[in-house]
Structures are given as structure tokens and as C-alpha cells.
Design a protein around this ligand. Sequence first.
Ligand code: GRG
Length: 309
Amino acid sequence: MNDTHTHADSSQGLPSFSDWMAQVQQRTESALAGVLPDPAIAPARLHEAMRYAVLGGGKRVRPLLAHAAGELAGASAADLDRIACAVELIHAYSLVHDDMPCMDDDVLRRGKPTVHVEFDEASALLAGDALQTLAFQVLAERPLGADPASQLAMLTQLAIASGSRGMAGGQAIDLAAVGRKLGREELEFMHVHKTGALIRAAVLLGARAGGALGEGELDRLDHYAKVVGLLFQVVDDILDAEADTATLGKTAGKDADHDKPTYVTLLGLTEAKRLADEMLDDARRTLRPLGARALRLEQLADYVVHRSF
Ligand code: GRG
């Protein structure tokens, strides 16, 4: 994969990409710490498990995408913090449940023991459940976006992206596919749902929170979000095959060990990398008509491809 980081930000007097990213990651961490229940409040063990699952780890890719799309659409930083929290809470819940013995049965996540290992299975199940409902509470409990209709649309969009026609459905397809040979289309269908739906929701909720985009521009962001969602998974498969456990902070080589179909097993490493480059080009081309306003989204697509974990 070619490293083609853009340096346009320094020439425009904006913070560098890494400074911008660190800022969004920090404000997301504080916002999450603020919405998660205090472990001093009963039931303390459940609240501890929820905080353990969410805080102090993760790249925060979905919050970064929500902020980048929202900044482009003129959304307020306060609204974007809530959207960033909501998508990250859903993501964290999915990781907690995915790691459980009844699914992927993993012991390491974000460089530390998984929630069911650190706590116990029942706590992990409940923590995931409570993180999911907290996401919707965060979006619903105060006015958000331009008006109640757009707030309702955001709630509906996140519910669909997380449910049986989105992430949970993708996970069901994934579980049913273990040990089976999937074709390229079936693999894509699974990832569009399992990984892509929430990434797409992050971009679209961020964009919806601002009023500055026209219909055509929203369609463009939607295409970008779909491409980046799938690109994220192609790169995840490449990293799973190439990187070590210490770098990933989760067990490396799991896909092959579990006989899971991936882009690498389907296409081979070289072709999977070529596909990632092609998709990155598609994402960049899609953003071009939006001009300099789309800089952070372009940089994020680049980051998704060139990340090391
Ligand atoms: C249990 C309903 C349910 C869904 C689980 C997303 C998912 C579905 C499972 C996660 C398993 C997995 C490894 C998926 C591949 C892509 C992915 C989502 C990786 C983890 O996301 P990152 O890299 O993680 O954004 P961090 O830790 O940086 O937040």
C-alpha cells in the first residue's frame, strides 16, 4: 500500500492531522468518561465493567469520522461529542460481546484482558447490553441537531446500523460462515453489515448534525462512508495476517486459525493490498468536489489504510 499522507493541513494554517486526531481522541475520552455511570453508584461491578470496556483504549476511528463529517457540515462540537460517544458505545458493546466464549472467545482486546476474563461472562453480557442502551440515551436525552425530526432520524439510523439489518446481522452472517468458502460478494455483504454499517452511521450522523450540506453532498459522504467501512475491514484482514499480537493489542492470526473467510484468504495478500489502494483512491475521488472542507475525511481514509493496529 502506497504511503501518500497529505500535508495540505500545514499549508492552510490548520492543526496537523496528528494534532487534530489527538484533540478529538481526548475530547471523546472526556465525553465518554462523563456519560458512563460512576462506579461508586450501584451496581458498582457492572459500572466498572462498562468503564473498563470503553475507557483508555481504542483508536476512536468512528468518533474521528463523526467529527470530521460534522465539522464539514457545520455541526456544533457539543452535538458531535454526543454522536461520537453514541457510536463508540455501540462499538465497545460489540467488541465485548464479540470476545465472549459464545462468539469469538478471545482473551485480549486493546492490549488488556477482555471483559469476560477480567470480570465474568454475566458481567460482560450485561455491560454490553447497558453500553448499547446508553448509546441511545446519550442521543435522545436532550435536543440534538437542527430539530426533533432530524434527531429522530439520527436515532433511527443508529438503530438500523446496529441491528439485524446492520452490525448484529453482519455478525450473524460471520458466525454462520466459519469453515465455509465465501465468494467475494458474500464476503462483502457480510462486512458491509458487520463493520461497514456503524462506520457509515458515524459519518452520516455527524453530517446530519450540521445543516450545511446539500443532498448531492450528503450522497457523496454516504459513498465515501461505504467505501471507508469496507476499506477498514480489508485492512483489518491484512493486519490480522501480517501484524503481531503485541502491535495489534488483540490476538493476531485469529481469522486463519478459526478458518474464517477473509479478503486475504480469498484474494491473497498482494491482491488485498491492491484492493485497499484502489478503495483509497475511490474515497479520495469521491471527496474531491467537496474541496478543502473534506481534508480531515481524506486524511482519515489515509489513516485507515496506513494504521499499524
Ligand atoms: C456482537 C453484535 C455483535 C457484533 C460484533 C464489530 C463486531 C461485530 C465485532 C468485532 C470483531 C472484529 C475484529 C471485527 C473486525 C473489524 C473491527 C470492528 C475491528 C475492531 O475495531 P477497531 O480496530 O478497534 O476500530 P479499536 O479497539 O481501535 O476501537
